[in-house]
Design a protein around this ligand. Structure first.
Ligand code: SAH
Ligand code: SF4
Ligand code: F3S
Length: 494
């Protein structure tokens, strides 16, 4: 049987050191040729974007680079040689926010040195910290030139002009009536073999721990026609796989091409008809929006990947209610049961919060029990972090830090063991792998399995951009090693 295949970068917060995405690398297309936009201006200025947070932020970073390309901005190698630096920030946990101010301190020295040498560096803070704490950023770091929230990055060129003209900081953290999506230029550079496409933004769920509804605003869905057009452009630029993005992506309900409204399942069917688009994914979802049609699509749509990231947060109903999740642990189990009923090999991922205010040892044990029962291919887990302005932050019964740490360690041990077991289960299997680039070592190429595992193997670079069958020889905690590639084309010929 030919497997349904899939790949997506993870949809979780990348809090590490931020990913210096600069701008999109010029990626090889399926036939190995690099696609450039028509008549790109020769870069005259250099842009460096540092991204923290979720995949939506990563997507926004590439789109900000697209907005700035017509102004002559091309990629910088690092902040040191950039004419403009954008810090695209995340507010989800305290830890994530702190990184901004330490990075700003470093950039201030670079900016001062540049000015002393007679040059100029524009410093912008974008993303969810900018939205939530714009004024505070300018108070603590008055050397910042531009502060812009996630809904305003289409205004960047005007903001740069304004900062130049007025010689003072410019701030835009309103929720403008116009949609940024209607004001974005075409992608300045191809998005690569595995592309991301934002279809929905914002959230109306107001989980009591979460800042996203405040930083990203109310839930808004792009019209289906706009999504389909962007998908076709991505495929023309070499994409074989598209991951649909949204803070609550399965709440998407967009205007249908012929009038009326579609929900996500219908959109997935329409996307699957685009020739050359063989892999579809969507992230991140809420259990409440897993409607019958969407569950059914996992069984009916070969392009839809057998991997789903579906955050549950806790296995205890009292905690789920306090979190305002508006689903129970049993609801979650039922969704998983139905998905596995129609797609037995579906691999599952989730998000967990430990130490939510008032969480007892027994309630934490219920989370461990849910994890043991379901079995996750991978997952993300966090200590509860009080966020200013959210209801849970002011709860009196905060869990002590050492207890949170102990619970997180116990949960992560269990999740790591499940991930290792899941990976080990692939050894000896032949998986279809979408090759996305070079591997870490010379001679290696790398891609993703249908189940979101990183796969690396020694094989020629000409395979980059292709889906190839790979026999899995070994499994590590986070990746698989493959052997014996052969392209589908060669298979077909055999
Ligand atoms: N809309 C998505 C993304 C939310 S942010 C969703 O509902 O899944 C990603 C994850 O960060 C959440 O799922 C949650 O597990 C975690 N998170 C959010 N706020 C948090 C907080 N205050 N403390 C700890 N973890 C948090
Ligand atoms: Fe935050 Fe909840 Fe919305 Fe997810 S569903 S973004 S956790 S409020
Ligand atoms: Fe962070 Fe904002 Fe995403 S808070 S997780 S960057 S929506």
């Amino acid at each position: 049987m030919r497997l349904k295949r899939g790949f997506a970068l993870d949809g979780r917060a990348m809090e590490g050191n931020g990913s210096a995405v600069t701008v999109r690398a010029v990626a090889a297309t399926t036939n190995g040729a690099a696609v450039m936009p028509a008549n790109p201006p020769a870069p005259s200025r250099r842009l460096h974007v540092v991204t923290w947070g979720c995949q939506m932020n990563a997507y926004d970073s590439t789109r900000m680079a697209d907005v700035l390309a017509p102004l002559g901005f091309g990629p910088a190698r690092s902040a040191e040689d950039a004419d403009m630096v954008i810090l695209n920030t995340c507010h989800i946990r305290e830890h994530a926010t702190e990184k901004l101010f330490s990075e700003l301190g470093r950039l201030r020295r670079l900016k001062d040195a540049r000015r002393a040498a007679g040059g100029r560096m524009i410093l912008a803070v974008a993303g969810c910290v900018a939205q939530a704490e714009g004024a505070e950023i300018l108070r603590r770091a008055p050397y910042v030139d531009i502060v812009l929230g996630p809904q305003t990055y289409h205004r960047l060129p005007a903001m740069i002009a304004e900062a130049d003209r007025a010689g003072r900081a410019v701030i835009a953290t309103d929720f403008p009536p116009e949609s940024k999506f209607d004001h974005l230029p075409e992608a300045a550079q191809p998005a690569g073999v595995a592309a991301f496409l934002a279809i929905q933004e914002g959230c109306d769920k107001f989980c009591s721990f979460c800042v996203v509804p405040y930083t990203r605003g109310v839930e808004a869905s792009r019209p289906a026609a706009a999504v389909l057009a962007e998908a076709r452009a991505l495929v023309a630029g070499g994409a074989r796989e598209i991951t649909l993005l949204g803070q609550n992506v399965n709440a998407w309900h967009g205007e249908a091409p012929g009038g009326g409204e579609w929900r996500l399942a219908r959109l997935l069917y329409a996307l699957a008809e685009i020739p050359g688009l063989t892999r579809l994914r969507y992230t991140t979802s809420h259990p409440r929006d897993m409607d019958d049609d969407l569950i059914a699509a996992h069984g009916a749509l070969p392009a839809l990947m057998p991997f789903l990231h579906l955050p549950v947060q806790s296995g205890a109903d009292r905690i789920l209610a306090a979190m305002n999740r508006r689903h129970t642990a049993a609801d979650y189990r039922r969704i998983i049961e139905r998905l596995r009923g129609i797609r037995p090999d579906i691999a599952l991922s989730s998000d967990f919060i430990v130490g939510y205010p008032g969480e007892t040892a027994a309630e934490f044990a219920a989370t461990l029990a849910l994890v043991r029962e379901i079995g996750f291919a991978q997952a993300y887990s966090f200590k509860y972090s009080p966020r200013p302005g959210t209801p849970a932050a002011s709860a009196a019964d905060q869990v002590a830090e050492p207890e949170k740490e102990a619970r997180l360690a116990a949960l992560q041990d269990l999740l790591a063991a499940q991930q290792q077991a899941f990976n080990a289960g692939q050894v000896g299997r032949r998986l279809s792998v979408l090759i996305t680039g070079r591997g870490r070592h010379p001679g290696q190429i790398a891609g993703r399995s249908p189940y979101l595992q990183a796969v690396h193997l020694t094989a020629p670079e000409r395979l980059i951009g292709q889906e190839i069958d790979v026999t899995i020889a070994a499994a590590g905690p986070r990746s698989l090693a493959g052997v014996s590639p052969s392209t589908h084309e060669e298979h077909a010929a055999a």
